[in-house]
Design a protein around this ligand. Structure first.
Ligand code: GLA
Length: 581
């Protein structure tokens, strides 16, 4: 069986020096029917390894569940990597950051009183133990010394930027070993002394995360890792975007020159990302350094292979650089697909949430205001009756993250966490108060990870604190099914679902233009493309070809604000937005 080890100054594969040329590809951000294509393109760029994180919360939406179907089939993904003749690196967290909802930590973890995440705390460790036994059961037989592709596993993620509990880190290492992980382990930290000190573990190889000044950063890493190979575990070749911010790009020539400088030192690399993919569904994370900034749906990352799998100028520039350091396979002529002409469909058959809420979910009664976590929902309707002399002010501590406010069905306004909204005036103090609340993605970095979502109280109207709440948790996966059971409404105010049918001859990648719509979610044949928002920067949603079929297809849109145009436009090109604002 092959053998992979850490030598005095290099990685050793079967005893011979081996420079890892890896690229990050997240299986959970790519339609499974496109895994092989994206892996093949990474190989053609000259890479010999594919790296992926494992998102605990996606696999375990509830404790005791470990879903490995469809886009979560880690084993199949690793087999696809092996079939392409490549090696693999697995980074199972438990925390992964990755601009992913909650940095991959399940939200149920935080609901246990007294739990202490990312440290040596019994409740947390017990949950990590359950998770690792599932994920390592998949990875164990796929290690290189058992004939599989996996060369390395990473322990935690940039731990030095978060804590300094070395007992916890050592416990994780022991857990990997007890679960039969025999390949080398690594940690990753930003190349700063304090972080490398707090995040490192004796006997485990330290690696760095950076996208510039590589030679200087490797020197810092070397000071903390006196022997063994040097590796940049995250060579940032692009960046992610927030709603309301610019679209980030980097110069292909400058990124390639930096890669050349890094590889010229003999260091190993994991290019973050070789292909970014998409935050399908409601999986995006967010940042909050005083202002909440949710991450957009596209995770294109300005990577060498773009969101739709196309080779960019950065791909060719990187391939040229890699060819100076290692053999690179010949680049085949790709079949050029005939350009898909733009076409459109008309959205109709509206179903208004406030018209017949009962068909969107089941009502529950509460004496105290529940959080979205209590409801196990990312989107919900909160209702109570007011009986006050008005006008009155509604106020609360924080809205996480956005609430549309209605009084007797009339729209009053929106409370937005991003704008630090905490209060809104109701023109009357009497009537049916509805708040439609959206969790826009959990923070994935820093201190606000894991916080509860929803209306964070106390919620007051005038001088009173309404009790007697009714809630309706809305299962967004079920929205495309609404038409089976629900009569259509007349279009009107408030969140409304629409649908359109359209016909194509052959499934092919497409983009859906969303600029004429407000804010909401879109599905193709039940597959959730993610969130759209008029404020941009992105104004298209990526539709992976395998989500389409030859013949009739169905588009469903749930618009929360205002749909200014019922035309749905499909185009062959992405519009990810302006790079400067
Ligand atoms: C850090 C994290 C990654 C990712 C990048 C930014 O390096 O380790 O998970 O969040 O930042 O894209």
């Amino acid at each position: 069986m092959p053998d992979f080890a850490i030598g005095e100054s290099e990685f050793l594969l079967d005893g011979k020096p081996f420079q890892i040329l890896s690229g990050a590809l997240h299986y959970f951000r790519i339609h499974p029917d496109q895994w092989a294509d994206r892996i093949e393109k990474a190989r053609l760029m000259g890479l010999n390894t594919i790296e992926t994180y494992v998102p605990w919360n996606a696999h375990s939406p509830r404790r005791g569940v470990f879903d490995t179907t469809g886009m979560l089939d880690l084993e199949l993904f690793l087999r696809r990597v092996a079939e392409a003749g490549l090696h693999a690196i697995v980074r199972p967290g438990p925390y992964i950051c990755a601009e992913w909802d909650n940095g991959g930590l399940p939200s149920w973890l935080f609901r246990q009183p007294g739990v202490g995440v990312r440290r040596y705390e019994p409740q947390y460790l017990a949950a990590v133990g359950e998770y690792f036994s599932e994920v390592l059961r998949i990875v164990r037989p796929l290690q290189v010394d058992q004939g599989g592709p996996v060369l390395l596993l990473q322990v935690e993620n940039e731990y030095g930027a978060f804590g300094n509990d070395s007992t916890y880190l050592k416990w994780l290492v022991e857990l990997f070993r007890a679960q039969g992980i025999t390949v080398p382990l690594v940690t990753v930290d930003q190349p700063e002394d304090a972080m490398l000190t707090a995040g490192g573990i004796d006997g485990v190889l330290r690696t760095g995360s950076f996208g510039s000044r590589s030679v200087e950063r490797l020197a810092t890493l070397r000071a903390h890792q006196p022997t063994g190979p040097l590796m940049c575990m995250e060579f940032w070749d692009g960046w992610f975007d927030h709603w309301g911010g610019p679209h980030h790009t980097t110069s292909a020539a400058e990124a390639a020159a930096e890669l050349d400088a890094l590889l010229s030192t003999g260091a190993s690399v994991n290019i973050y990302m070789v292909h970014g993919g998409t935050n399908f569904g409601l999986t995006n994370g967010a940042n909050d350094k005083g202002v909440y900034r949710p991450t957009v749906t596209s995770y294109d990352y300005d990577a060498p292979v773009d969101e739709a799998g196309r080779l960019t100028a950065k791909f060719h520039a990187f391939r040229e650089v890699i060819a100076r350091h290692a053999p690179v396979p010949p680049l085949p002529e790709f079949d050029v697909q005939p350009p898909v002409p733009e076409f459109s469909a008309t959205l109709g058959e509206p179903i208004r949430l406030l018209d017949r809420p009962d068909s969107w979910g089941a009502w529950r009664a509460h004496e105290d205001l529940p959080s979205l976590d209590d409801l196990d929902a990312q989107f919900a309707l909160y209702r109570t009756q007011l009986d006050l002399d008005g006008p009155v002010v509604l106020q609360l501590d924080e809205v996480r993250d956005r609430a549309h406010v209605f009084l007797d069905g009339d729209p009053i306004g929106v409370l937005s966490r991003e704008d630090h909204d905490r209060a809104i005036t109701l023109p009357r103090g009497r009537g049916r108060l509805d708040l439609i609340v959206e969790d826009q993605g959990r923070v994935n970095y820093g201190s606000r990870i894991g916080e509860a979502k929803g209306l964070i109280g106390p919620l007051q109207v005038g001088t009173s604190t309404p009790s007697a709440w009714q809630t309706l948790a809305i299962d967004l996966d079920a929205v495309p099914e609404l038409w089976r059971t629900t009569l259509q409404s007349t279009a009107g105010v408030g969140p409304t679902a629409y649908r359109a049918a359209f016909t194509i001859e052959e499934p092919t990648d497409l983009f859906l233009r969303t600029d004429a719509w407000g804010k909401g979610f879109a599905w193709i044949n039940g597959f959730c493309l993610g969130r759209y928002w008029r404020r941009g920067p992105q104004h298209t949603l990526y539709i992976p070809g395998p989500a389409l079929r030859a013949g009739t297809n169905e588009l469903v849109v749930l618009e929360l604000d205002t749909l200014a145009d019922t035309t749905a436009r499909f185009t062959p090109t992405a519009e990810l937005g302006p790079t400067e604002l």
